[in-house]
Design a protein around this ligand. Structure first.
Ligand code: 1GP
Length: 257
């Protein structure tokens, strides 16, 4: 049984690795990815140097499809699988861990504490490792901004983002995630990453709209500890192209920092 405050296996792996380098997590959305394809991508991503696979999405990332995608990834690769749920529906017993996240700048308490309460007992029943995370959505926010009823953090107001991030840390969350939204035309501004990083002591995850070497490098140089990419790999025409893209992004992440 997990003792209160004890850090689990996946979180220890992340913290240990962060002592050496910046990390790259890929995101697979079960709504857009077939299990077989997810397995192939995960195996390729492991080879290309990704550090973990996140699984989730705002719409249709639940139930049997979610289970099948997680199982396929686990069979095909040794990377830890961390759930990235849109709500309590995004829980699968086959994953290793779950970002137990609160969308702190939502207007709707369901996304701040409601879904968490509905999912908590199931997380325990399945023996999933919960990793407490403050989830902050920045303009333009894309689908999660709309679904999550978010009061989007203004791109030109990094201090507001820093205030929310620090509040998350003070409430006990061990990671902060700055999210521009999957498929965002522009990633989180480097100035916002810099301000948030200078304010908090916990690792900073950044994602949404990072599709190039330059964008990845800029985010890491500004202070991101972990970069999440989804669309860039998903939109690649073939597995070979996806691998090229992943290697390019990895170079941006691992070369700086
Ligand atoms: C979404 O931040 C992630 O939650 C990934 O975004 O799909 O734009 O890479 P992209």
């Amino acid at each position: 049984m997990m003792v209160l405050g004890m850090v689990g296996k996946v979180e220890s792996y992340i913290i240990e690795k962060l002592g050496e380098e910046k990390l790259h997590f890929i995101l697979l959305d079960p709504d857009d990815t077939e299990p077989e394809e997810a397995g192939l991508i995960a195996a390729m991503a492991e080879e290309a140097g990704a550090d973990a696979v996140m699984v989730g999405g705002s719409t249709g990332a639940e139930g049997e499809k979610l289970d099948e995608v997680v199982k396929a990834i686990k069979e095909a690769s040794g990377l830890p699988v961390i759930l990235f749920p849109g709500s309590h529906g995004g829980i699968s017993r086959f994953a290793d861990a779950i970002f137990f996240m609160s969308l702190l700048n939502s207007r709707n308490p369901f996304f701040i504490t409601g879904a968490q309460a509905l999912g908590a007992l199931q997380v325990r029943r399945y023996g999933l490792e919960p990793i407490p995370m403050a989830y902050l959505v920045v303009e333009p926010g894309e689908t999660v901004g709309w679904i999550g009823d978010v009061r989007l953090l203004p791109r030109r107001k990094p201090k507001i983002a820093a205030a929310y991030a620090l509040a998350g840390q003070y409430m006990g969350m061990r990671f902060v995630y700055l999210e521009a939204g999957s498929g965002a035309p522009e990633p989180v501004p480097p100035e916002m990453i810099r301000t948030v990083k200078a304010t908090i002591d916990v690792p900073l995850i950044v994602g949404g709209g990072i599709r190039s070497f330059e964008a990845a490098r800029r985010a890491v140089e500004a202070g991101a500890d972990i970069i999440v990419t989804g669309t860039a790999i998903e939109k690649a025409g073939s597995l070979e192209e996806a691998k090229e893209k992943l290697l390019e992004l990895n170079r941006g992440i691992k070369s700086s920092g």
